[in-house]
Design a protein around this ligand. Structure first.
Ligand SMILES: [Ca+2]
Ligand SMILES: [Ca+2]
Length: 366
């Protein structure tokens, strides 16, 4: 019996190896049942292409199947077609899309109207998210969470209009990288706005996250007529829950948020912030009262509480609050163009808003 089992095992291994090329098929789907099954049944190398339309799953789309670095799983729109996945037929409390998996590439899909979080990647390694949108959900738009959250890239995401009614807006962020750990995670080219809580929140994440070329604006305002509204409204909430971690923010901007533009949120680590701009936020442009942040070449203008609140452990040089540094004029303070469509490649729309032409200070807004 043992020999038979052993022989079967060898045969099974052989079959898997032989079957690998066939399983790397391209699957084209055009209805929600096929979409759900394709995600559920994906294996390394599977390419799922979704035809144009709005899809209404009745259960969370999810997978625990890993791709590999050389044979990732791909989930993308077919050609240049417009694909939306709506959570409006899901049970309350549901997410639209949950991955607990490694090496997936997800691109060119909108996830909208989720009852709860829209997209959650839990303990994911090596996932790439390109040109996706998370819109108008009932909790955070896009979430990375859990141990072994490693080497994930979120590129050119739009995440806006999220609001958690049950907690009066206290939790719904544009992007949440929270409750977890793992290095090599990058957010680039994000546009995070009009969410009830923060633009991006790194609460209780114990490894450095890098953020660049990102705009965070209009968060934390009561747009839902909630009489007990509790959103915080920080553009970049860079810590919390006792973690000491050196997150990095480069060439990014925060404006018109209800709270601070950029805040350590009690993180005492050596957070690095360079060439960013904070304009017309409700509280401080930069709030780093207790930690050891390194602030360089940042530009703060017209924030409600002031330019910067920095403690004695903060390193500060070349910012417009440092002595001898002048404040360049903005070419435009009209934000209208920041809502425009992205370029065909997915980069942020061209704008002169908050640009100065300076090569030494502030965000370049691209
Ligand atoms: Ca909050
Ligand atoms: Ca938050």
């Amino acid at each position: 019996m043992r020999n038979v089992l052993a022989a079967s095992a060898v045969a099974a291994v052989g079959a898997v190896l032989l079957a690998a090329p066939a399983s790397a098929a391209t699957v084209v789907v055009s209805n929600v049942t096929d979409l759900s099954n394709a995600i559920k049944n994906a294996t390394a190398g599977t390419v799922i292409q979704v035809r144009a339309g709005t899809y209404y799953p009745t259960a969370t789309l999810q997978s625990t199947a890993n791709g590999t670095s050389s044979a990732p799983v791909t989930l993308t729109a077919y050609g240049s077609e417009v694909v939306k996945i709506s959570g409006s037929s899901l049970p309350s409390g549901s997410w639209i899309f949950k991955l607990t998996a490694d090496y997936w590439n997800v691109s060119n899909i909108t996830f909208q109207d989720s009852p709860d979080s829209a997209v959650v990647c839990q303990s994911c390694t090596g996932t790439n998210w390109n040109n996706i949108k998370t819109i108008n959900g009932g909790d955070s738009g896009f979430t990375l969470t859990g141990a072994d959250t490693i080497n994930n890239t979120v590129k050119n995401i739009d995440s806006y209009g999220h609001y958690d009614a049950a907690e009066h807006g206290e939790n719904a962020d544009g992007i949440a990288v929270k409750y977890g750990s793992g290095t090599g995670n990058l957010i680039t080219g994000a546009r995070l706005y009009n969410n009830s809580d923060d633009g991006i929140d790194l609460w209780s994440f114990s490894s450095p996250v890098t953020i660049e070329h990102t705009w965070s604006f209009g968060n934390g305002k009561n747009r839902w007529s909630d009489s007990a509204f509790a959103g915080d409204g920080n553009g970049y909430k860079l810590g919390g829950d006792g973690e000491t971690v050196a997150h990095v923010v480069n060439n990014s901007a925060a404006w018109d948020n209800a709270g601070n533009g950029f805040t350590e949120n009690s993180n005492k680590g050596a957070i690095v912030i360079n060439r960013t701009t904070a304009y017309a936020n409700g509280s401080w442009g930069y709030y780093f009262a207790t930690g050891a942040a390194k602030l360089g070449k940042n530009l703060a203008v017209s924030n409600g509480s002031g330019l910067v609140n920095k403690g004695s452990s903060v390193t500060s040089s070349g910012n417009n609050w440092d002595s001898g540094i002048s404040t360049p004029s903005f070419i435009s303070t009209n934000a209208t163009t920041t809502y425009n469509a992205r370029s065909s490649s997915g980069t942020l729309p061209a704008t002169t808003f908050l640009t100065t032409g300076s090569s030494t200070i502030g965000a370049t807004m691209n």
